[in-house]
Design a protein around this ligand. Structure first.
Ligand code: URA
Length: 184
């Protein structure tokens, strides 16, 4: 049986791709290891790389606000990324890097065993929902991923760049909240 201790120990020294040689810190994941809802982002940025924790920069502050809107916070959810090491200059993680890394995330999903998955942005959604997933058209819709309801939201960084997308995300968040309420 897999365990958090084994997974964290094995993952800590990961060199499965080139990003392992440029990282300051590996960004494993954070939050409630028994969460009902798991959020999956793209990959660490500069501040996350420095701190070893996901979503601690400006996008993370907005993610905290998004969680607050639906009565959640970081103690109630689990947060991880498709890749655990920062891509140079914050470029998109390459397909090879995603493939090398995603096994760690799959083990995290198995251990958390969340009732609902939420993908933050296109990269996470294409990795789990469909390779040609269109975030502009398909955010806020429900899919079945690994046997559970799953939805993609605009990435908080996209909402920082383009605040006109925020009302749509508010609607998506409220739908997510309704699905969470069905769990109890
Ligand atoms: N963007 C992400 O996708 N993940 C982080 O951890 C930070 C910014």
């Amino acid at each position: 049986m897999d365990s958090w201790d084994a997974l964290k120990r094995e993952c800590a020294d990961c060199r499965r791709c080139e990003l392992g040689s440029t990282r300051t810190n590996l960004v494993f994941g954070v939050g409630n290891e028994n969460a009902d809802v798991m959020f999956i982002g793209e990959g660490p940025g500069e501040q996350e790389d420095r701190k070893g924790e996901p979503f601690v920069g400006p996008a993370g502050q907005l993610l905290d606000t998004m969680l607050e809107i639906i009565d959640l916070d970081r103690t109630k959810v689990y947060i991880a990324n498709i890749v655990k090491c920062r891509p140079p200059r914050n470029r998109d993680p390459l397909p090879d890097e995603q493939m090398a890394c995603i096994g760690w995330l799959q083990r995290q999903i198995e251990l958390v065993n969340p009732r609902i998955l939420v993908f933050l942005g296109r990269i996470a959604a294409t990795a789990f929902i469909r390779a040609d997933f269109r975030i502009t058209k398909e955010h806020g819709q429900w899919y079945n991923v690994l046997g559970r309801p799953a939805m993609a939201l605009y990435h908080p960084s996209a909402l920082l760049r383009d605040p006109s997308k925020r009302p749509e995300t508010f609607v998506d968040l409220k739908q997510l909240q309704q699905e969470i309420r069905k769990l109890s």
